[in-house]
Structures are given as structure tokens and as C-alpha cells.
Design a binder for this molecule. Structure first.
Ligand code: C2E
Ligand code: MG
Ligand code: MG
Length: 722
């Protein structure tokens, strides 16, 4: 069988030809109706398969001509079309004498089946191959209608394409992203205005050039090779790239390159779209700097310092070398800041940062950890005496005068030193060691440096254990309040009792208050312990009042922490408790230290005044050891001064101490305060104090602190004597 294939689209025609040949058909083909008609007349085929939409002569007209030709009109005719899908097209096709109207695309097997079927039907005379009558006008009408419809569709399609193109061009022209189109040889064909504003190159300057002119030189050939590899394999590349502007400036951009391929799969165009990310990079860099550096001094901050130290430790471990960690805390910086202002404080910190940095090598690390705390790592130490030299130099430099504006400021630094791997091998432990050693420097009077030692470590660990034990002490009833009598120096009678806390540690026995009170303060446990001491003390006061008609006072020590703790509403609770016991507020005195009154915050003052207003009396403990300022004694309406033991101790031998004690007594009386002497151990001391007009005395001469029951007995004895 010989088939004539009429099809203008090359791909479709070839596919159809191959299919037919595969099924042993002889094939002739034409690209339009006119050519087909010619070929059919020269060499009539057995069957015709024709497309409809073709140039020169469409399939409908071709079919009409075939059916008018006496030699050809018997040939079975099949339409195979993708564009003419309307029912009216099918009707026209059949009217024209086509045997079959088949829609594209068909499964190849199915198409062959249809062709074979039409052929078989034709042989058997089962289908009509007759064309229309010459006079039939409907064919004309249907054909022109069909053509018109197609024409309209095409017009609409064209309009739509034009619109799309316009839009694409608008985006291209007005986009803030730079765009560049290159040809298959990667030579620039076109760029948009944003390209020009980002790179500085106009279209004329780059047309026909290779995009290589944009290169910054920051990336090595491997980078570009990888880019091309991706582009050719995946059809696209995306990433950050540094390019150079026309003015020589190097800048980062975010680039996407796509390939556009032609129908045969060859690369036709490269389209690059990019945005300038200089600002984004700068922001990222700023954020990074803020996260890792101290803005004031420009030194690495704690964050950065820790990771650098971590690196240094790894290096030291690998190379088997030593390093030293120094923690430097400025002395009295807070005072400078408070008195001279933050501007001076800031400048001072900048200058200290500068001085510390000057004392170390470039390879050492210097950091401001925060506030007035600095850290230094001395790396690759060969000679340990080197550490001493540097710390000595730093300490000395820090004490030199600072000229800030019109001010001359003096400060110093307290330093703690720890060595790797001698003292510890991990970062946390090294920090802890240096901190402990620094604390020792502070305690030793500042402006000095100390090395971490094992005994320091042992003491710190003992403190830690004790702190842990302290947490359970209250619950486990390990506390007891002792009472020490305070006597009237004129009569020798007990008028008061100071409540002194005792801790019976299950393993260590009696622990001194001076050892555990600071731990209780550091952990905040002092609040609950203090409440307990108060309640215990007034309970006993009430007992002695009821049983022994004791009308003296109990005196309770209070920590500054109790006044500074915000959530603690101890004042109202304490007063409630006194009311519940029906005990006069006059029965209680609280002992505070001078430090609490200096620069007292409003919250502290409020609590103190609330106690005062309720009628509880206040004594200043350890007077003479601190600021010894008399002005605020008046201001806060203080009732008692307790002269510190250190003045009493040498009364019998040191005339100065006698003069001082007498002066304190006279001034206190002038201000309306009464005076209690602490730590009176000898008759001679008592006599001097009595002669000086001192009101009360407390000390081993009379009694040591005793258990409450014992104190009760002392009161009873005294009563029986009088
Ligand atoms: P403080 O308030 O100055 O108490 C007086 C200290 O001197 C007591 O030491 C007492 O035992 C001791 N002492 C009394 N007479 C003499 C003497 O003649 N010679 C000598 N050398 N010492 C004498 P203690 O009981 O060890 O208490 C020490 C400190 O602990 C107290 O000093 C006080 O500041 C604090 N403290 C004691 N109990 C409490 C408490 O319940 N709460 C608070 N916050 N602190 C307390
Ligand atoms: Mg006291
Ligand atoms: Mg005292």
C-alpha cells in the first residue's frame, strides 16, 4: 500500500513516515496541499493522510481538489489534525468526502490500526469516498467559516503573545536586579538598565564582550570551573560571587544563571540575573562584629574570647606548649563611674584596654569580658617567668595616672593567674581558677596579682560543700540561737541579750558564723535563716518576759542582704508575729552595719524606716571599723552604737583607743544615742568605759554567748540576788 502523507510540521511528518514504513507501507510525502496535489496526480497513492492547517493550500482545500479529480476521487482520505478540534470541522471534513477524522496526537499503534481499518473498509466497500456535489454551497460556507474561526483564534493568540512580550520587556527594563543575556559562545547580547547601574557598564560597552570583564579576581579557577560544571549539568547555577565594577570597586552579588536551550537541545542563551548584596554583607558583618566584639574598646568580647581560648587550648594540646589565663578586674572602677560619670568611665575603659594590649604580644589574646573585667591569654609560653614579667608590667601600667579631659584619674587592677596544663586543662576550670586567684588579689587589698594554687582550690571546694550542707541546715534543725548578755555598766545588771546564731554541723561540729553567714548571703539563704533567728529570738524574749518578768531586749543581727532582697516582706511578717505574741516592739533591737546606710537604696530605707516606725530599735554594729560617719546616725534616728571590739581590746594599754572610745561616747550622747561596748574581757576595760560614760557592755568578762535555757538561769540568779 502506498500512502501519501501531507504535513507541514517536519517533526510530525517524519514520525508519521517512519511509523508507516515500519508497517511496510510505501510512503510519499508533501509539506502542503499544493505539493500533495501535484504528487498525487503524478503518482496516485492508495491512501492519503493529511493535516489541515498548512501553508499554500490547507487540508480542506486539498481534499476538495482530490474529490473533484476523477483520477483521484476514489482514494480514501484521512484527516489527522491537532488544531481543528471543533465538531463543525469534523462535519466539514466528512462532507468533503474524507473517510475519517482523527485527532492528534494518537498512540502510534492506534493510528496504524485506524489506517488499516479504513483501508480494509474501503476494499470491502464499507465506507464512502465520495465528495460533495458541485453545487453544494454548504461546503463553501463551512470551509470559509472554519477558516475565519482559525484566523480569529490566531489573531487572539498573537495579541496575547504581544502582551506577554511587552510585560516581559517591562520587567526586564524596570527590574532592580541586573540582567544579562549571552549567546551560545557566552558573549553578551543584551543587558538591562539595572545591570548598568550596578556594574557601571552600558550596553554599548559590553555588547559582544565576554562576561569575564566583570571578574574581580577574588575567586580561583576552581570556583569558575565548578560554576560551569553546574550550569552545563543542571542548566543553572546560583550563589554568591564577588565581581568588580567599572570603577574598580569589588562587590558581592547574588547571582542566578540559567541556560536556555533550542529545540534540538543545544544551548541557545545564558541568562544571568543578579542583585548587589553589598549592604546585606555589611549588615551581616556588623551583626557578626556586634556578637563578637566589645563596641567600646574594640576588643573581642566574652563570646569571642571563649572560642579563641578554646582554639588556643587545642593548639597548646597539640603542640604540647603551656599558656596562661589572666583575669584582671579593675579596682574602684565603679566609684570613678559613679562620681565622674559614664563618659569618663568609658574613656577610662578604652585607655585600660589599650594599656593592657600594649603589654602583651600580638599573638596573645586580650578581651573585655564585661564591665571592668578583662582577660588575657598568654600563648606558647616557653619560660614561665615571662608570665610574671607581663603581669607585673600590666599591674604597674594600670596604676599610672589617666588624663581624661580635665580629670586625672587613678585606678588599679587585681589579677588572677592560672596556667595550662599545670592547674587545669579545660576552659571552664581555667576560668574558675583565675577567678579564685583574682578574688584573692581583691581580698589582699587590690592592686596586685596572685597565682591559682591547690589550696585555693581546696578552700573553694570546701566552701562549695559547706554551701550545699547549709541548704539543709534549717530543715534538719542544725541551727540554734545563743544569747550573750549585755549589762548596764552602772548597775552590772543584764539589760539585753544579743542573739548569735550557731550551726551544729553533723560532721564538722560547730561552724563559726563568720564562715557560714557569707555563704548564706551569697546564696540568698540568709533571708529564711534570718526570719528563723528573729522568730526564735522573740519567742525566747516572750518566754523570759512571762516567766521571769524580764523587761530587757533581745538584739538580732541582720544582714544587708535581707534589706536588699525585693521579694522579702519580712517587716510586716515580723510585726505580725510580735503582735501575735503580744510582745512589745520595744523588746527587740536589730543590729545593722554602717555600710547599709551609706548610699542606701530607697528599698533599704523603706524597710528600715518601717521597722523604726513600728518602734523597733536599731543598733549600729562594729562601729568604728567602717566609714564611721556620724551624720547619718541622726538621719536614720539610730538608737545604739556598738563600739567594735578592736577599740576595746587595747584600752588598758593604748591611750589613743581610750581617747577614741571616749570621743565616740560623747558624740553619741550628744546625738541622743546610747553606747554599747563589745568584747569587754577585762575589769580594767570595763572601768575605763564606765568612767567614760559608756552605757552598756558585752563580752567574756560577763558571759560568753550561751544557750537560751542557760541565759534564763542567769536571769533567775540575778533576780534572786536583787
Ligand atoms: P557581732 O554581731 O559583732 O557579734 C559579736 C561577736 O563577738 C560574736 O561572735 C561574739 O561571740 C563575739 N564576742 C562576744 N564577746 C566577746 C569577747 O569578749 N571577746 C571576743 N573575742 N569575742 C566576743 P560570733 O557569735 O562568732 O558572731 C560573729 C558575727 O556573726 C557577729 O558579729 C554577727 O555579725 C554575725 N552573726 C551572728 N549571728 C548572726 C545572725 O543571726 N544573723 C546575722 N546576719 N549575722 C549573725
Ligand atoms: Mg552583733
Ligand atoms: Mg559586733
Amino acid at each position: 500500500m502506498k500512502v501519501l502523507v501531507v504535513e507541514d510540521t517536519e517533526d510530525s511528518r517524519i514520525i508519521l513516515e517512519d511509523l508507516l514504513r515500519l508497517h511496510e507501507k510505501e510512503v510519499e510525502s508533501a509539506v502542503n496541499g499544493l505539493e500533495a496535489l501535484e504528487k498525487a496526480r503524478q503518482n496516485p497513492p492508495d491512501l492519503i493522510v493529511s493535516d489541515i492547517l498548512m501553508p499554500e493550500m490547507d487540508g480542506f482545500e486539498f481534499c476538495r481538489q482530490v474529490k473533484r479529480d476523477n483520477d483521484l476521487k476514489k482514494i480514501p482520505f484521512i484527516f489527522y489534525t491537532a488544531t481543528y478540534t471543533d465538531e463543525r470541522d469534523k462535519e466539514l471534513a466528512l462532507l468533503l468526502g474524507a473517510s475519517k477524522f482523527v485527532l492528534k496526537p494518537q498512540d502510534p499503534a492506534k493510528l496504524i490500526e485506524i489506517i488499516e481499518q479504513v483501508w480494509a473498509d474501503y476494499i470491502n466497500g464499507n465506507i464512502s469516498v465520495a465528495g460533495p456535489d458541485e453545487e453544494d454551497r454548504t461546503v463553501e460556507l463551512l470551509h470559509s467559516d472554519s477558516l475565519n474561526r482559525k484566523l480569529n483564534e490566531k489573531l487572539l493568540e498573537l495579541e496575547k503573545q504581544e502582551e506577554d512580550l511587552k510585560q516581559a520587556s517591562l520587567v526586564y527594563q524596570s527590574s532592580s536586579e541586573g540582567m544579562m543575556v549571552t549567546d551560545a559562545d557566552n558573549l553578551i547580547i543584551d543587558v538591562n538598565p539595572a545591570f548598568t547601574s550596578i556594574t557601571g557598564y552600558s550596553l554599548d560597552e559590553v555588547k559582544g564582550q565576554s562576561p569575564r570583564i566583570l571578574k574581580s579576581g577574588r575567586h580561583d579557577p576552581d570556583f569558575y570551573n565548578a560554576l560551569w560544571q553546574d550550569l552545563l549539568n543542571e542548566g543553572m547555577w546560583q550563589g554568591e560571587i564577588w565581581d568588580m565594577r567599572k570603577n574598580g570597586e569589588i562587590y558581592p552579588k547574588w547571582l542566578t544563571v540559567n541556560t536556555i536551550k533550542s529545540i534540538n537541545g543545544d544551548i541557545h542563551r545564558y541568562v544571568a540575573i543578579f542583585s548587589d548584596i553589598t549592604e546585606k554583607k555589611q549588615n551581616e558583618e556588623l551583626i557578626w562584629r556586634q556578637a563578637n566584639f566589645d563596641m567600646l574598646t574594640g576588643l573581642p568580647n566574652r563570646n569571642m574570647f571563649r572560642s579563641s581560648l578554646d582554639q588556643e587550648l587545642k593548639k597548646s594540646r597539640r603542640d604540647d606548649v603551656q599558656l596562661a589565663l589572666l583575669l584582671i578586674d579593675l579596682d574602684l572602677f565603679k566609684e570613678v563611674n559613679d562620681t565622674l560619670g559614664h563618659d569618663v568611665g568609658d574613656k577610662l575603659l578604652q585607655e585600660t584596654a589599650h594599656r593592657i594590649s600594649e603589654c602583651v604580644r600580638q599573638t596573645d589574646l586580650v578581651s573585655r569580658l564585661g564591665g571592668d573585667e578583662f582577660a588575657v591569654v598568654l600563648t606558647e609560653l616557653k619560660d614561665m617567668s615571662h608570665v610574671d614579667d607581663i603581669v607585673h608590667k600590666i599591674t604597674k601600667h594600670l596604676t599610672e595616672p589617666y588624663y581624661i579631659g580635665d580629670e586625672v584619674v587613678y585606678i588599679s587592677g587585681s589579677t588572677g593567674i592560672t596556667l595550662y596544663p599545670n592547674d587545669a586543662s579545660d576552659l571552664e576550670a581555667l576560668f574558675k581558677n583565675a577567678d579564685q586567684a583574682m578574688y584573692v588579689s581583691k581580698r589582699k587589698g587590690r592592686n596586685c596579682y596572685n597565682y591559682f594554687t591547690q589550696s585555693l582550690q581546696d578552700a573553694a571546694q570546701a566552701r562549695l560543700r559547706l554551701t550545699n550542707d547549709l541548704r539543709g541546715a534549717l530543715q534538719n534543725k542544725q541551727f540554734k540561737v545563743y544569747f550573750q548578755p549585755i549589762v548596764d555598766l552602772k548597775t552590772g545588771m543584764i539589760r539585753k541579750a544579743e542573739a548569735l546564731l550557731r550551726w551544729h554541723h553533723p560532721e564538722r561540729g560547730m561552724v563559726e558564723p563568720r564562715e557560714f553567714i557569707p555563704l548564706a548571703e551569697d546564696t540568698g539563704l540568709i533571708n529564711r535563716i534570718g526570719d528563723w533567728v528573729f522568730i526564735e529570738s522573740v519567742k525566747w524574749a516572750k518566754h523570759w518576759h512571762d516567766e521571769l518578768q524580764y523587761d530587757g531586749q533581745v538584739s538580732v543581727n541582720m544582714s544587708p542582704v535581707q534589706f536588699r532582697t525585693e521579694e522579702q516582706l519580712f517587716v510586716s511578717e515580723w510585726l505580725d508575729y510580735l503582735r501575735k505574741l503580744d510582745l512589745s516592739e520595744k523588746s527587740v533591737t536589730i543590729e545593722i552595719t554602717e555600710g547599709l546606710l551609706l548610699n542606701a537604696e530607697p528599698g533599704v530605707i523603706d524597710k528600715l524606716l518601717a521597722l523604726r516606725d513600728a518602734g523597733i530599735q536599731v543598733a549600729i554594729d562594729d562601729f568604728g571599723t567602717g566609714y564611721s560617719s556620724l551624720s547619718y546616725l541622726r538621719k536614720f534616728d539610730i538608737d545604739y552604737l556598738k563600739i567594735d571590739r578592736s577599740f576595746i581590746r587595747n584600752l588598758e594599754s593604748d591611750k589613743n583607743d581610750v581617747a577614741l572610745s571616749e570621743a565616740i561616747i560623747v558624740m553619741a550622747h550628744k546625738l541622743g544615742l546610747q553606747v554599747i561596748a563589745e568584747g569587754v574581757e577585762a575589769e580594767g576595760q570595763a572601768r575605763i568605759l564606765a568612767d567614760g560614760g559608756c552605757d552598756y557592755a558585752q563580752g567574756l568578762l560577763y558571759a560568753k554567748p550561751v544557750e537560751a535555757e542557760k541565759f534564763g538561769e542567769m536571769l533567775k540568779q540575778e533576780k534572786s540576788k536583787s
